[in-house]
Design a protein around this ligand. Structure first.
Ligand code: ZN
Length: 244
C-alpha cells in the first residue's frame, strides 16, 4: 500500500559535523530527530535530505513526491541554490505543505514566500521559553494544553518581520523579558505554511514531547488538499461570443 502522507525533512546538516556539542545532542543530525516521531504516524513515509547532497537532496522527483516539506537551516542559507528554492516555491503554490523551523526564518524559501524581511531579535543565553497556545481549537495545538515550557532555548523577540499571519498559533514569553509570535500559519497559493520557532542547535528542543507533538500535528495539518501546478491558460469561451 502506498503511503497516504509523504514527508521530507530537510536540514542544513553542518553544525552537527562541526560542533561536538551539537553532535552530542543530535548524533544522527537534526533531521533525524525531527523525522523520528513523524515516522510513527500511521501511513506516513518520511525521507530526509540535506544541503550537501546533489541538488540539496531535492532533485529528481523528490519534491513532486513530497506532500509536506520541513525545513531547518541556519548558517548556510546563501548556499541553497535559487533554482531549488524556486522549485520548492512552485510546489508550495501548487499545494505542498511547508513547515519552517527555528532559524529557517531567514531561509531563502521562507523569505520568498513571505515577501518581507523575516528579521527578529535574538540572543543565545539559555533563556526559559514559555509557549502560550492562543489557538486551542486549531489542529496544530491538539494535545498541547494552554501552554508548555522549554527549559533552555535561544531567545527570539519581536518585532518579527513577517506579514500578518493568517492564524497565530503560539506566542512565546522568554525569561529575559521578550515575547515572540512563535507559531503562525499562512496560505500561499494552494499550500499551507507553518512557522514554528523552537530548535536552536545547541539545545535539545527536538527531543521534547510537546515540540514533537506540535510538529506532528502541523505535518498532518499541512497536507495538501490539491496539487495544481501553475498555469496561465488562454481559455476558450463556454458560449458563442461575438468576434473580437
Ligand atoms: Zn538558533
Amino acid at each position: 500500500m502506498s503511503p497516504s502522507l509523504r514527508v521530507t525533512v530537510w536540514n542544513e546538516f553542518r553544525h552537527e559535523k562541526k560542533n561536538p556539542d551539537v553532535a552530542a545532542l543530535y548524533p544522527s543530525g537534526i533531521h533525524e530527530a525531527v523525522a523520528a516521531p513523524l515516522r510513527a504516524l500511521p501511513g506516513t513515509q518520511v525521507r530526509t535530505a540535506w544541503l550537501d547532497q546533489p541538488e540539496h537532496g531535492l532533485g529528481g522527483d523528490t519534491l513532486e513526491q513530497t506532500d509536506v516539506l520541513l525545513w531547518w537551516g541556519h548558517g548556510a542559507h546563501a548556499e541553497v541554490s535559487d533554482a531549488v528554492v524556486e522549485r520548492v516555491k512552485q510546489r508550495v503554490l501548487a499545494g505542498m505543505g511547508l513547515i519552517v523551523l527555528h532559524s529557517g526564518h531567514y531561509s531563502k524559501i521562507f523569505k520568498a514566500l513571505m515577501g518581507t524581511t523575516c528579521s527578529l531579535k535574538w540572543r543565545v543565553a539559555t533563556d526559559k521559553e514559555r509557549l502560550w497556545n492562543v489557538a486551542p481549537a486549531h489542529p496544530i495545538t491538539q494535545g498541547i494544553g494552554d501552554h508548555f515550557e522549554i527549559p533552555a532555548e535561544e531567545m527570539y523577540g519581536e518585532p518579527f518581520g513577517i506579514p500578518d499571519p493568517d492564524e497565530l498559533i503560539f506566542i512565546s514569553w522568554f525569561s529575559g523579558g521578550e515575547v515572540f509570535r512563535s507559531g503562525a500559519t499562512w496560505r500561499r497559493g494552494h499550500g499551507k505554511i507553518f512557522y514554528f520557532r523552537p530548535g536552536h542547535e545547541t539545545f535539545p528542543a527536538y527531543h521534547q514531547a510537546e515540540v514533537q507533538r506540535v510538529i506532528a500535528n502541523a505535518t498532518l495539518w499541512a497536507r495538501p488538499t490539491v496539487n495544481i501546478p501553475d498555469v496561465c491558460p488562454n481559455a476558450p469561451a463556454l458560449e458563442i461570443l461575438p468576434a473580437a
